[in-house]
Design a protein around this ligand. Structure first.
Ligand code: MN
Length: 224
């Protein structure tokens, strides 16, 4: 009997040692920007895809006994030590959280610091957008376009395949850094409205970018 209780206690204790991640709240309703992304796409993208990555991530974490108190960022920066299943779902979980926060139905201004950095690196915001659209449109198959802060504090545009992201240690070293803006170019992000026209989706999305949030991410990335 005593052994039995000890077993139960150990089980409860070890279960509590696994990191668990919650689906973050969507910061606006699913019909917040129907002129750019239709409501059904938003509902499926958030409620099915992001929820799915969250559930599968939590399952994988339990299975692979990922010891908390690891944050999602810490897991991603060390992703080469886990399975490809955990890699895909940890990426999917983190990437979509950043994506929702990169968008806003309200117009917002970027900080002066970010504006200056964009001018220095790309010439102007317009040139940043052109370059990022070009590179992201050319991503073969499913993936993401990112604006990152590199280890030496510079802005850079990179793309990654599937649910990889620039925090991951499996990404080429020159493409690693802290993402401050992420754009999803999986077909599930745009197909209902845009079908095969990824370029049209990309040019429209800039009207709903949350520059205030990107500026906040930029300031935080520089502190790291
Ligand atoms: Mn997606």
């Amino acid at each position: 009997m005593k052994t039995y209780y000890t077993f139960i206690l150990i089980t409860i204790f070890s279960l509590s040692l696994h990191a668990q991640f919650d689906l973050p709240d969507l910061p606006y309703p699913t019909d917040a920007f129907t002129e750019v992304i239709d409501q059904q796409t938003m509902e499926i993208h958030y409620g099915k895809h992001h929820q799915g990555y969250t559930n599968k991530l939590n399952k994988a974490i339990k299975k692979e006994e990922v010891n908390t108190k690891k944050t999602i960022e810490e897991i991603l920066m060390n992703i080469s030590s886990y399975s490809s299943n955990l890699r895909n779902n940890a990426g999917g979980y983190y990437n979509h959280g950043l994506f929702w926060n990169s968008l806003s139905p309200e117009k917002s201004e970027m900080s002066l610091e970010l504006k200056k950095a964009i001018q220095k690196e790309f010439g102007s915001t317009k040139q940043l957008i052109e370059k990022m659209n070009q590179q992201t449109a050319a991503q073969f198959g499913s993936g993401w376009g990112w604006l990152i802060v590199t280890k030496d504090g510079k802005l850079k545009i990179v793309t990654t395949a599937n649910q990889d992201n620039p925090l991951m240690d499996v990404v080429p070293e020159e493409d690693q850094g802290t993402p401050i803006l992420g754009i999803d170019v999986w077909e599930h992000a745009y197909y209902l409205t845009y079908q095969n026209q990824r370029g049209k989706y990309l040019s429209n999305i800039w009207s709903i970018i949350n520059w205030e949030s990107v500026s906040h991410n930029y300031a935080r990335a520089l502190q790291d």
